[in-house]
Design a protein around this ligand. Structure first.
Ligand code: ZN
Length: 242
């Protein structure tokens, strides 16, 4: 930096002070969206097609309506998110979930936004469990949706299943939390009553974020850990030969 530059800078006149700011008359706008969810502890179930096939019927047994089986996100849309302001992720979400009914879409909206689901690996069995829908079929804010969420344990290959429910939107009712807890307990009890449960799962969710393990040769998903034996997304055995 040259000295002439410094000198010039020094002799620049001070900018005039900003005029005093008076508060302008303001009209206020606000809207409160409340999203709530609950998840039970996860349980271990044996791997196998019969067990997987039984999960929708467990939710069906307590749901008045149909059960949506919502698969994990396709790998090319893995960043999809129902968050309105994340436009690219939202576009991906719309593409990935365009065939879903309003109950499943509402369930994903509530539970993904509060991180109660990880749809990169979870399969979500979702139904309307309590309350009403509007005339377009979308659950009202006090309606409770949910059911079961499952993924595969990376080390044992067992199916990890938990009950999960959610509700919310442009309103909140005082008794919904109590009803939600009761319904969560009912789903959890139905899961145990299926007879498949091996025991509690360790609180070991698949790693979210940086994934460092092998790529699954069946679905292409990258495992969260070097030592992963099974794909958390599709449940197939990781191949270590390549
Ligand atoms: Zn896989």
């Amino acid at each position: 930096m040259s000295i002439s530059f410094l000198r010039r800078k020094k002799h620049e006149p001070e900018p005039p002070p900003p005029p005093p700011v008076e508060d302008v008359e303001a009209r206020e706008y606000s809207e409160r969206i409340t999203l709530m969810g609950r998840s039970s502890d996860a349980l271990r179930l044996p791997a196998g097609p019969a067990v997987v096939a039984s999960l929708p019927s467990i939710v069906e047994s307590i749901a008045p309506g149909r059960v949506d089986i919502i698969e994990p996100l396709p790998l090319d849309l893995a960043n999809a998110s129902p968050a309105m302001e994340r436009f690219t992720e939202l576009q991906q979400w719309v593409v990935a979930r365009r065939d879903l009914g309003p109950v499943g879409r509402h369930g994903l909206w509530v539970l993904e936004l509060i991180d109660a689901l990880d749809m990169t690996v979870d399969t979500f069995y979702c139904a309307l469990l309590h309350g009403e829908t509007d005339t377009s079929g979308y659950p009202e804010y006090q309606a409770i949706v949910g059911g079961l969420a499952s993924h595969w344990d990376e080390l044992s290959g067992e199916l990890i299943v938990r009950a999960v429910v959610g509700w919310g939107g442009l309103g909140l009712r005082g008794d919904t939390d109590r009803i939600g807890q009761r319904i969560l307990s009912t789903v959890h009890a139905q899961l145990i009553a299926s007879g498949y449960v091996l025991g509690p799962a360790e609180a070991r969710l698949p790693l979210v974020g940086e994934r460092t393990g092998l790529n699954c040769m069946h679905c292409g998903f990258q495992a969260g850990a070097e030592g992963a034996m099974y794909c958390p997304r599709c449940g197939m055995r990781m191949s270590r030969s390549s």
